[in-house]
Design a binder for this molecule. Structure first.
Ligand SMILES: C[C@H](N)C(=O)N[C@@H](Cc1c[nH]cn1)C(=O)O
Ligand SMILES: [Zn+2]
Ligand SMILES: [Zn+2]
Length: 493
């Protein structure tokens, strides 16, 4: 295609997207209205309903849709819960075209209005150009932006510049249960003709400047259970004469990380890849506004004061966070009870070259040591229900260059090349199993509040994000004929 006809096509596409903003927002409203929380078992039926909506939307695009059943999951209490199906979609099979596979998820984190939302989390609400609702940015908005972009080519009856494949799941927030097995099974089938995998499930580093992501941390999630007797007790009748499970648990949790954020588990930093001078320079050159990031968090002070220290500790070093305690009284008011069994939840965001089984073993050894010193008769159980590995890509890949050009076209500036401190559990597995190159192409801004109260995507990011994906398809089409064999996508740590 000549440069002028390419430019005319882009203009036509961008006009269409601008003119259909309301329809695209209505689609997001319909999706946000489904409480597809994959974490809470009693909402699993809503996740399954969400998968049907996503399948219907892909079918409306003209895609072939296969909803693959993944069986069930066994919860810690032994209960079996059906897993939502994974959608494998396909649109276009032109042998002249490259094939890009988009991965996204339509499950969400838990949300309740009383957590401090200013609007109902499951009613998409626009305020001052922001679209508020659970899943608006993580990840329903970006999934729909991609679908809107594909749909625009269809609506304009334009030839598809690439072949599309889709993997849409409903268990990402719970660690992508069952998906790895499906990838193994489909390696020679569905994935055999895929050239690239695209994920849009992260955020930019700033509110305004677009970014491309070339690395994410992994996540090892732990449960530490302390059990006393078989029932809760009156703290007046038994307080002072027993070893209390919650007191044991708090001591265990307190032993994990010091006030400077340093993890206290012996040897946990041993395997962390050494920082090279080249890498250090990369950090120095990244544009990053500490004040803006601090404001996005709502906290008064960060643990570090320089840009380099902050970015290194977000992307390049492990961190340990404590998430909650199951079984502890947490309602308003006072209940003078000694809980019989409590489960602490924490996770370690691990980085290259930390090994998951080594991390697991060190955590178990450390907690058992601390517990032994307490001479408590209570029972201790430590488990790692979820372990996701970090992922790193090569930014010199033509795929990143194509994305960079699309960003320049739509946003008028080059993207930041950044890492992300959070985790896409399946990214590394995708790369290892399929041996295809993966790119992370976010459209959400740094203040979108993933997993937080008042999650949002701005109208601007949602609509310009749709345009940037459409521009990306045209850029990928230009890669035809270039070698897209990967040097070695599966060897990062
Ligand atoms: C980055 C992505 N949008 C996300 O939120 N991922 C989750 C996945 C996860 C990791 N452990 C359990 N779930 C995250 O990083 O928390
Ligand atoms: Zn996500
Ligand atoms: Zn998430």
């Amino acid at each position: 295609m000549s440069l002028s006809s390419l430019s005319a096509l882009r203009t036509e596409i961008f006009h269409y997207i601008d003119a259909h903003q309301s329809d695209f927002i209505e689609n997001l409203k319909e999706w946000v209205a489904v409480e597809s929380d994959s974490v809470q078992p009693d909402l699993r039926k809503e996740v399954i309903r969400m998968m049907s909506l996503a399948a219907a939307r892909l079918a409306a695009l003209g895609a072939t849709v296969n909803s693959v059943s993944l069986g069930s999951q066994q919860l810690l209490n032994g209960q079996h819960l059906p897993l939502p199906p994974v959608i494998l979609g396909e649109l276009g099979k032109d042998p002249q075209n490259l094939t890009i596979c988009f991965y996204g998820h339509v499950d969400v984190q838990p949300a309740k209005k009383e957590d401090g939302w200013k609007t109902d989390p499951f009613t998409l609400t626009e305020i001052n150009g922001n679209l508020y609702g659970r899943g608006a940015t993580d990840n329903k908005g970006p999934v729909l932006a991609w679908i809107n972009a594909v749909g625009t080519f269809r609506a304009l009856k334009r030839a598809m510049p690439v072949n599309f494949k889709f993997v849409i799941e409903g268990m990402e927030e719970a660690g992508s249960l069952g998906l790895e097995k499906l990838l193994e099974e489909e390696k020679q089938g569905f994935f055999s003709d895929v050239d690239y995998i695209v994920i849009s499930d992260n955020l930019w580093l700033s509110k305004k400047k677009p970014a491309l992501i070339y690395g994410t941390r992994g996540n090892a999630c732990f449960c530490v259970e302390v059990e006393g007797g078989d029932k809760d007790l009156h703290s007046g009748t038994f307080g002072g004469i027993i070893h209390e499970p919650l007191t044991d648990l708090i001591a265990l949790l307190d032993s994990l990380v010091d006030p400077t954020g340093h993890i206290q588990i012996p040897g946990i930093y041993d395997a962390v890849a050494v920082l090279t001078d080249e890498e250090k320079k990369l950090y120095e050159s990244i544009e990053y506004d500490i004040e803006e990031h601090k404001n996005n968090s709502g906290v008064k002070k960060l643990l570090y004061s320089t840009k380099e220290e902050i970015l290194l500790h977000l992307w390049r070093y492990p961190s340990l966070s404590i998430h909650g305690i199951e079984g502890a009284f947490h309602e308003p008011g006072i209940k003078t009870v000694i809980p019989a069994k409590v489960i602490g939840k924490f996770s370690i965001r691990q980085v290259p070259n930390m090994d998951l089984s080594d991390v697991h073993q060190r955590v178990v050894d450390h907690l058992e040591n601390v517990f032994a010193k307490r001479n408590s008769p209570n029972k201790l159980k430590v488990s790692m229900p979820l372990g996701a590995q970090p992922w790193v890509a090569d930014v010199n890949d033509p795929l990143y260059k194509a994305a960079k050009r699309a960003i320049k076209t739509v946003f008028g500036e080059d993207p930041d090349f950044i890492r992300d401190g959070s985790t896409i559990p399946i990214a590394r597995i995708f790369q290892t199993i399929t041996q295809k190159r993966v790119i992370m192409f976010p459209i959400g801004a740094a203040d979108d509040g993933e997993h937080s109260q008042n999650e949002k995507i701005s109208r601007f990011n949602y609509i310009e994000g749709t345009k940037v994906f459409a521009a990306f398809f045209l850029e990928i089409a230009k890669l035809r004929g270039q070698s897209h064999e990967t040097s070695n996508p599966g060897t990062n740590n």
